[in-house]
Design a protein around this ligand. Sequence first.
Ligand SMILES: Nc1ncnc2c1ncn2[C@@H]1O[C@H](COP(=O)(O)OP(=O)(O)OP(=O)(O)O)[C@@H](O)[C@H]1O
Ligand SMILES: [Zn+2]
Ligand SMILES: [Zn+2]
Length: 804
Amino acid sequence: MAQMAQIIVDVPTMQTNQPYTYRIPDELTDQIKPGMRVVVPFGRGSRKVQGFVVGLDEQVDFDGTLKSIDSLLELHPVLNEELLQLAQWLAKKTFAFQITCMFTMLPNVMRSKTKRFLHLIDEVDEQTLFDLFNGQNEILFEPDQLDAKTLSQLLKLKREGKVEVTYQVANRAKAKTMLGITPKLSFEQYEEIRATLPHNAHSQNKLLSYLQSILNTTVKIADAEQQSDLKANIFTTGEHKGWLTKDPVEVYRSPSSKDKTRDHPFELNHHQAIAVEKISHAVNNDQAETFLLEGVTGSGKTEVYLQSIAQALNKGKTAIMLVPEISLTPQMVTRVKQRFGSAVAVLHSGLSNGEKYDEWRRIEKGEAQVVVGARSAVFAPLKNIGLIIMDEEHETSYKQDETPRYHARDVALWRSKYHGAPLVLGSATPSLESRARAQKGVYQQLLLPDRINEQPLPIVSVVDMRKELRQHAESNFSTDLLDALNDRLARGEQSILMLNRRGYSSFIMCRDCGFVLKCPNCDISLTLHMDTHTMKCHYCGHEEPIPRQCPNCHSAKIRYYGTGTQKVQAELEQKIPAANVLRMDVDTTRRKGMHEKILKQFGNHEADILLGTQMIAKGLDFPDVTLVGVLNADTGLGLPDFRASEHTFQLLTQVSGRAGRADKKGEVIVQTFNPDHYAIKLAQTQNFEKFFKLEMDLRHRGGYPPYYYTVQVMTSHEKEAQAAKKMLAITNWLRKRIAPDSIILGPTPQAIARVNRRYYYQIVIKYKQDQNIQSALTEMMQSVQKLSGQGFQISIDAEPQHFM
Ligand SMILES: Nc1ncnc2c1ncn2[C@@H]1O[C@H](COP(=O)(O)OP(=O)(O)OP(=O)(O)O)[C@@H](O)[C@H]1O
Ligand SMILES: [Zn+2]
Ligand SMILES: [Zn+2]
């Protein structure tokens, strides 16, 4: 009676969400578990591919032609039961393949090509040591060279906790190590040395005893100092005498803060207390309720999160706190770590692959109970989740813009249901989708209407830049803004300036003929970078010299148009020479740790003005900031995207919220060429309710979300006619299958029609209720795969965040 395994295989050209059935070799009966990764033969040539076991069958009458599992990639399941189910759901929801979803949940170092090592972590008998490990502690784990019998032995050792499979971290050389000490001699040899020591050699005597107590191990010097109560220099003496060796020991590359002080919960104000109460109630009763925590900027949402998390921990449960990548600042991380100490694991893109893997492993082993992280942290392998929090829930970065195109909010909702745990969505400016659900009672609304400091929200004034430009020469600064900046400088207060853009200037244009320099590969303007003195394409990376004359009409009046942070900084330094300016944008934060450094400097008052792009709009909490200036509120309003107003409103509200958060009053100055636009006017009064009503009305009339669901289908090809033709064929095919009242917009070329030498065409399907759309799109996805051989790329994006 053979055992069978259902396996999802990784074959890029033949992807399917149907598992294949493989036979489990007899030696491995009852040892293969769902979630394990295996090596299996696939196709006619029986080439070796990897796969995930997703199910097991006890099968009596098996058909003799079934292929068998060859080997294992690890000795343990890498995905647990919950995550396997989640992958299945996610694949369906995002029209992706299960295998892609499974990889998305795993740290990078666990990808198939990574070298694996087999480690001995406990004693084994000599025969085994010799047979399996060549007498060593660590050997390369080579799945394709192991037979079933050996695997069976290894699996047994794994179950006994004696071996472990680890992955080679790409930058292993850089793996963080500290110096440790290893005793070199035996117990008896140390005794012999002791007999020769002079009577007053107390430290050396003590060192000998200590070495005897740590035989066969390596102890970090810092730990050894503590345990033995000896000074570090005595270990050096020991080394010179040949008693011990100093060796590097690997430490967890945990991005832990050095700050070990634990802070204490604040006493909550009235509204905070109600919120924590309601959330805790749901935590205590295992209710998968969704809360929408709507709190104005500076209302103390974070404190609500932290105290609610504490509740979950008290109940012996775990918690996930999602924050947008950009607000995952050291400030934020420190706040959480100070509250929960080493129970916290942090996952974000700034970590090296090794660091990420270490944090992931701590979570998986149950060593961390609180996970703080950006989008992908929603897949953290925590067990027994008691609470999930999603801060700034309206942020578009929660949606992944490559396959699987998932929204972290949907995944959080799924896990909330699975664990019977509440989900808290927090924001000062919720997405229309979430706010509409709260309106309908699907989500429970919690309000924090006041700032903690009981100050009113900062006063926002709008400056009409059209008038300014008529009165003065071209400048990035209105008179009002310059006056206000000088005023803060005189008072020793700080200012934040936001420029919604990157690069020295966005593009260059000929003032005589209007020619704009564009990327030869993509259909978008090149960006001027003064640091490298080149024009760069932000889509494909193309780079060329700055032209001295117009390639079209040869005029010399080809100049930059628009503005960038470097240019603003230069003007600022010229207009207010006394001010210290810190610049924070993609260019100054590219190197690891720079983000942290700039914020720290600003926090220490080493600068008067923090000038930055959107990345400074969120989460920053500096008590001395009393002025926020927005240099160009309009950027983004003109984008061909129905969410342009919503995003502008959100951004202006968020950045305004950085001013006057402590006891000093805040002021905001917004410069714009569109002072009458409703998004700008309502952001001025920070009137979210009014904005919500107005925008909902517009969406209703236009037939946009949240009144309609949307799906975008994209086709691309190197030849424009091919892309267009295929898109049309797909459209006709779909039209026959979806509900008659579902609407198809397009096909149209995308706003940026050509990227990286490919042409893009799209359609957008809008629907209210459509029984067939899911199956039609799934069928399409399965069948268009073979088209990739003909140079087509086709993708489906459910609820796209950008319509470009
Ligand atoms: N109950 C409380 N008593 C005293 N201070 C508090 C209390 N709750 C929060 N704070 C402090 O108030 C400040 C603002 O809180 P917090 O940063 O949590 O606001 P927020 O709502 O998350 O703001 P934003 O959305 O603007 O980032 C913080 O410095 C925080 O430490
Ligand atoms: Zn010209
Ligand atoms: Zn390009």
